[in-house]
Design a binder for this molecule. Sequence first.
Ligand code: N01
Length: 853
Amino acid sequence: MAKSDVDVVVVGAGFAGMYLLHELRKNGFSSRVLEAGDDVGGTWYWNRYPGARCDIGTTDYQYTWDPELHEQWQWSEKHAAQPEILRYAQFVAKKHDLYSGIDFEVRVEKAAWNDETKQWSVHTSTGETITCRHYVMATGCLSVPKDPDIEGTDRFTGDVYVTGRWPHEGVDFTGKRVAVIGTGSSAIQSMPHIAAQAKEMVVFQRTPNFSMPAFNGPPPQDRLDRLATDRAAYEAEARMSPTGVPMPMATVSALAVSRDEAFAMLEKSWQRGELLTIGGTFTDVGINRAANDVVCEFMRSKIREVVKDPEVAETLSPRDFAYSTKRPCMDTNYYEMFNLPHVRLVDIRKHKIKSVTETGIDFGDESKEFDAIVYATGFDAMTGALVNVDITGKNGITLKKKWESGPLTYLGLTTVGFPNFYMITGPGSPSVLSNMMVSIEQHVEWIRDALVDMRAKGFDTIEPTPEAEEDWRVHCTDCADITLFQDTNSWYMGANVPGKPRVLFPYIGGVGRYRRICTEAQQRGFLGFELQGNGKRQLNPGPVRLMQPDVEMMLDVMATLELPPIEAMSPAEARGFMDASAAMRAPGPDVGEIVDGTFPAAAGDLEYRIYRPASAGPHPIVVYYHGGGWVLGSHTSDDPLCRDLCKRADVMIISVNYRHAPEARFPAAVDDAWDALAWVADNAEQLGGDANRIAVAGWSAGGNLAAVVAQMARDNAGPKLRGQLLLTPVTDGSRQSASYTENGEGYVLTKNVMEWFWNHYASAEDRKHVKASPLLAESLANLPPAMIVTGQFDPLRDEGNAYARALADAGVDVKRIQARGHIHTSITMVDMLPSGQSIRAKMASGLRGFFAD
Ligand code: N01
């Protein structure tokens, strides 16, 4: 007789529930696993439609936790078919005696948290109530078929099939007239098999999908070789990769090569017959629509190569969404099938389905009879299975109610108000955007480790903090915002179910990054969680330090390059290194005109570069000072940023050079910066600008100079400045603030590099001078309006913020932008890091604001 009070209840006996059961037993937790089906296998138990296969190869879609399995189980193909995957699940369940721990044909109907006993009560379809300390939903992301949402479906008297609930005994369509509704993965895999039997098949397509041939056969030799040589290394790479499948990292933009070259590269990816290779061919398929269009065009050319009727080929060609923002499909003979005389494609955008009738389907101006209708209309994905169970947390709040406007989770694993409640591959985790096996194992292990740790420390409950949940929501949104997903109506966005909130349900920051964040949360004393038990309470609200995904990706790439530290170089070497780096960056947008020249400064002529907008002048003028720690850079070194600001703000940017340290130490740069401003003010009209609308701007050391000359202009009674835009400025060289400790290593501008800059520029005494450390000025009153941008992971963050606060205290109009998840250099990386765009848009709007009369 099974126990009705256990440590853990797990819902679902797919790959997640099975592995969790194994780990719970191994670690001495009592458990009940409840499964609605009559066998293990989860998605592979339910989805038995003909042709069902896993799109992730067998080299990657298998458990890694039992090394013996690799000897004991041999996959027959590159992409395993559903019966083989189900047999594998059964094999593992038998091998590890998992069947004895699972109750089959039991549905969980209700689960409620009792805050007095600190337990969950789980009510099942058999009338049993089970109490448990921890409650885990391992119910899968695509397990609840969605309502087809078509008029008259219940009227049809012929045979009806749903791909996600296929009869176990199979279906014989021989001699039948069959309608298939939907053209997602399930339809694309099953239709060639149905067509092979049917007398006639009509495909009702609402949105065409991208599909590529699976080229099924033996597993790829290169992957087999890697596994044979060093399985552990292969698996470790998978766990830290973006998708959970080891793949070479793309290094080139789709826009950086000719169309022919791009197509040749895509052809190579195509020939591999792997789901993720096409999208991974270039660096920017997921984030840049023009780059994505190259892939779309390639995919459409493939359809035209196979489908003989050009009109049918065009109908099958996706035109209105970016590649991979709807799940791409893998097929065997899908497009070839449309060349068969008994297969017909109906575009229901043109010939709308009016109704299903007793005998068939009325669409367009036709009424057609069928013997069978197959609904391949998809799932209420990610949240369907979770909110279908009546789950009530603290204070009587149900999960369904809490998630009315979209799922809120911390790490996609837990949610506020629901203590000791866990989701495996829940919304807000990589889940469906990853190799599910890798993600399942990671979640199971995270939950196992949490339970073991809590038990060891005597805690009974764990619940995320509202701050952590909000941080995670913001981070997920940041990640989604730089991709193309949000423009597409897909089930990833909840768009396939009427009334579902429109958000990107899975986490798109990547499997490896996600794992690092989850591990860090656990290792740093359950960061973002509150734990209680035995009269003890541990609250560690955060902060959860989350970097913009593209910034982190860039840091990852830089880490692989093992670049020499700047502070180990001579200034000449460092300048050469910076010039070489600058040559590899994206150029930035076109502007109306670029003019180079020189201006007279006290110590001789210095160069400037003018960026003029395409619009008619005279334009407001921004005198811009480049970054580079007073040691590196020139009037052209921030070229992409200057172009971007010129274009966005419709202002003239005059980037001026100044003498550099150590050849010319403090205050040479300040003197030159001042001379430049004075010269621009005197010559504004000749330069084509508006003498009454001048502002200063600068980045880093240039921000320092801009702040200093703004003070000098105030003290010298002119030139009159309309504003100062300071991007991650140096404002105080006299001491190092806390952000030096937090961000002193690993974010490009390090504590050591900054010290190297200062040492070249100014003596310890000079650093305290107000012209080196503008924050130390006696008064900051009467300075021009300021916009100050600081990066969360910048050592200079605190001194930038301190300057903003001090200006505001002195009555100056200050706008502060705290660039979440950014480092010192990332905001200037125009056309390389999309997450900087919104910050630069705000900077441009700040500039416009300075000049608005
Ligand atoms: O479901 P889908 P699926 N009238 O939502 C159409 C995974 N999977 O079961 O796009 C007419 O993709 C709908 O049209 P539209 C995989 O992640 C994996 O095929 O909404 N048509 C769409 O064409 C996959 O993405 C594997 O305009 C209607 C189709 O039905 C996910 O499961 C295999 C309609 C639904 O496509 C879901 O795939 C299979 C209506 N009222 C699935 N309602 C492998 O790994 C919906 N549609 C191999």
